[in-house]
Design a protein around this ligand. Structure first.
Ligand code: GLU
Length: 470
């Protein structure tokens, strides 16, 4: 599967132990954008070697979340668990080339070693006791692990595309395990073999993996493989600067979709701006993102997750979205039988203020209520005797109106307000309560038109009462 055509190849490599959380989604996005920007390939690898923790539900949630965000992947999805034989093969090549060795240290021995290191206040690290031992010393038939012979002298430097030059003294790298005693490959080996075989040229991932890069490079060097460029992206923090947790919004993409009513293009834009910038531009859509994205714009310091910003962007994308699509999305959020055609027709006025799909649904619900209208407490309290008398006048006047348009209804209502020496609000407030059962809604003349003459007048009449004789 390796390609050597010089094109950019990135990969997103989630471990399916949970949902596609916000940090993972951003890593996926950056990999996808980098590949698309450079006309390369974006690949997806599911790192499901931890069979106990990797569930089919988690894999589905990740695939679903990525698809919802519109991130598509070139080539078939690679499942790491299916590549065990190839990982073992590489470990054996490393052994044969003298870059790895068998270690027969027993668990008890290793525990003793660590206890001594702890007592001497030394870092806990495998001490290389089998590194240079004659294989002839090997106890026959005893279990062993295969360890990588990491360099001991000097230092390893990485020119990270985000972090800059980072170095580690090689003495700090221990001879870690490639194959466990049961012959199974470790994660560290699997990642390198897979990245190489998939032809990955750029490893873009969270900076919690920076240390791993220093441990992974020696495998490339021992195998004589081309090394990838690394870009370790700073983690996302909560709005208070602390590590991102559920409380801050470290939730699955589906939570943003289902519970927060966020559009995928809004989350896409928000994730893009979370750690990457282009001047002070906030609103950048998909095509523009592909045109502009590069690793130079990725910041070095952690970004802060801000739900308000996401909601504001969402409002922007709601206003830009196709009305029929919004109607489809909103219909399922209204607990009443709805009519998508009417919803679509109402959408231009409904969407001017909403920041999420639930607000849209709330604003649209009045269209589908049936008489007698359920009233919110606030709406009910507006409808006192004075208000009912005003509604009576309004209804009488509007009934005589032949032209059921926003302009005509507005002119008629305004002239009535003048005749009564009342502000327009004194009429509009009870009208809103009577027409929608609430105290917030789109413009009152929009509401009249959307409800239609018959239903609007019926709702007004249901609350109207002529002024009592005095
Ligand atoms: N599977 C790892 C994770 O989900 C990522 C490994 C990598 O990107 O190298 O954190």
């Amino acid at each position: 599967m390796a390609s050597n055509s010089g094109q950019v190849v990135t990969r997103f490599a989630p471990s399916p132990t949970g949902f596609l959380h916000i940090g993972g989604a951003r890593t996926a996005l950056f990999n996808w954008l980098y590949a698309r920007h450079h006309g390369g390939k974006a690949l997806l690898r599911i790192e499901d070697t931890d069979r106990k923790r990797s569930t089919p539900e988690a894999i589905d949630a990740i695939l679903d979340g990525l698809a919802w965000l519109g991130l598509d992947w070139d080539e078939d999805v690679v499942f790491q668990s299916e590549r065990g034989a190839r990982h073992v093969e590489v470990a054996e090549q490393l052994l044969a080339g003298g870059h790895a060795y068998k270690c027969y240290a027993t668990p008890e021995e290793l525990e003793e070693m660590r206890a001594a290191q702890r007592a001497a206040k030394q870092p806990l690290r495998y001490d290389g006791r089998w590194r240079d031992r004659d294989p002839a010393d090997a106890p026959t038939g005893a279990p062993y692990v295969v360890r990588l012979k990491t360099p001991q002298e000097g230092e390893t430097a990485i020119e990270d595309r985000v972090q800059g030059r980072v170095t580690v003294r090689n003495a700090e790298l221990d001879d870690y395990v490639l194959l466990r005693a049961d012959g199974s490959p470790t994660y560290m080996l699997a990642v390198v073999v897979d990245d190489h075989d998939m032809g990955v040229t750029h490893v873009i991932r969270g900076d919690d993996h920076l240390n791993n890069a220093f441990r992974q490079l020696p495998i490339y060097r021992a195998m004589g493989w081309a090394e990838p460029a690394y870009a370790h992206i700073p983690l996302i923090h909560g709005s208070d600067g602390a590590k991102l947790s559920k409380r801050h919004g470290a939730l699955g993409a589906e939570t943003y979709r289902d519970e927060f009513g966020i559009l995928p293009e809004a989350l896409f834009n928000y994730l893009l701006r979370l750690g990457w910038g282009h001047g002070d531009r906030e609103e950048i859509d998909r095509d523009e993102a592909i045109a502009l994205f590069d690793l130079d714009g990725v910041g070095k310091s952690p970004s802060r997750f801000d739900l308000k910003k996401l909601q504001n962007l969402n409002g922007h994308y709601i206003r830009a979205a196709d009305d029929a699509r919004l109607a489809r999305l909103v219909a399922g959020r209204i607990d009443l039988p709805t009519d998508e055609a009417l919803l679509t027709q109402a959408m231009p006025v409904l969407k001017t203020r909403a920041r999420d799909l639930d607000e849209l649904a709330e604003g649209a619900a009045f269209l589908f209520k049936t008489r007698p209208l359920a009233m919110t407490e606030k709406a009910q309290s507006l409808l006192n005797d004075d208000a009912r008398a005003i509604l009576h006048q309004v209804s009488t006047r509007l009934r005589a109106e032949n032209d059921w348009t926003i302009e005509a209804l507005e002119a008629t209502t305004k002239s009535l307000a003048e005749e009564l020496s009342l502000g327009l609000g004194k009429l509009a407030q009870p009208m809103r309560a009577a027409l929608t059962g609430t105290t917030t809604s789109p413009g009152i003349f929009d509401v009249l038109v959307l409800l239609g003459r018959e239903e609007a007048l019926a709702r007004l009449d249901a609350q109207a009462a002529p002024a009592a004789e005095r």
